[in-house]
Design a protein around this ligand. Sequence first.
Ligand code: FAD
Length: 387
Amino acid sequence: MKTKSDVVIAGGGLAACIIALRLSENGLKVAIVEAGEQICGNHTWSFHRTDLAPQDYERLRPVVVHEWAGQKVLFPRFSRSLTTPYASITSDALRKAVHAAGNIETIENTKVEELRANGVLLDSEAEVEAPCVIDARGFATDDALRLGFQKFVGVEVELGRPHGEEVPTIMDASVDQKDGYRFFYVLPLSPTRVLIEDTRYSDEGTLDFEAVHADVLAYAANRGWVVKELIRTERGILPITLAHDARTYWERIPQHVAPVGLRAALFHPTTGYSLPMAVETANLIAGLGQAVTTAAVRKAVQDFALRRSREQAYFRFLNRMLFQAAQPRKRYVVMQRFYGLRQSLIQRFYAGRINRADKLRIITGKPPVPIQRALRCVSETRALAGN
Ligand SMILES: Cc1cc2nc3c(=O)[nH]c(=O)nc-3n(C[C@H](O)[C@H](O)[C@H](O)COP(=O)(O)OP(=O)(O)OC[C@H]3O[C@@H](n4cnc5c(N)ncnc54)[C@H](O)[C@@H]3O)c2cc1C
């Protein structure tokens, strides 16, 4: 069986859905093919409001489920409240928006077997034909990317009594520093509901789910929170970029494929978060108007990705300092120092838009890592070769 669409997207995760919503506003007919039971999976995707341009935030607002006026961090040496607003969207909200959009067709429980120049072949042997084929199948390993990992288990719990938290705790690093830089991330979802994540910046891309899940519950108990009900869990092993040869990465992607999202390595190098870049990518593609073809999308996304990769060289250097110069148990010192900097700089850092003065400011002063080890982190070529 063959169906036709203007755009077909392989993979129905975050990037696919944000892009599809944007294109449907332009009147294009979009088909999303998702291998899982349903599009959007099971996530809470969060971001700093300052990561997005105000007009982009307004566009995303219908799927924003939580908004907070500020955020805080805790380290062994100090704690700090920041006035940067924070927000979350959920899989449920995004899924509903996609299903409600008139011209998006979702084909769930169906794997894309092959991406072709003029469409996709499905595991049901059906085909979706489209002049624009987008690959949004999530992260793919490649030796042109050298990685550390941000891994976590998140547990959403309903408590017996109000927790009293007004704003998200982005990092509570006042905890035992096992398995690399470790902190708890706490999102207060209602007066009695919290999402608690035990996060580790680790060299190993493996996760002992049961053990980390138990650590989350131990943290809750330690905070004096009595868990009445376990609502939901999520887990992630996100890529943190230590080195990236973006040109080689893109040369390896077949010309008839236009990748987006993690598939295009479009994520923040230090957090692995990709929502802001998915929004920027959606803007780029929507900017093509009705001329949305695979070749046009690929060119627009590739140019954007290569430019971002050049701009992100400094972030990758900092990541190498964190992962390779600092001892795993001492990694928190790097972040503790960073959070002593101006709030506006911290905002630009998360938005991936730091300027020359910020770069200088971040490394000025007493280095939080041994200088000899820091110097060994300077060369990205060396890091790519695995030395
Ligand atoms: C638990 C978790 C929490 C996160 N929280 C945040 C956050 O708060 N903020 C943030 O910015 N980022 C967050 N991230 C990081 C990142 O933004 C997400 O991983 C994001 O979902 C990546 O978007 P994507 O569209 O590139 O890939 P995905 O959302 O992973 O989507 C890829 C989709 O492709 C499907 N697929 C794969 N192969 C096929 C195939 N052959 N055929 C059909 N479908 C296929 C998969 O089933 C999946 O649904 C989080 C990641 C995880 C895992």
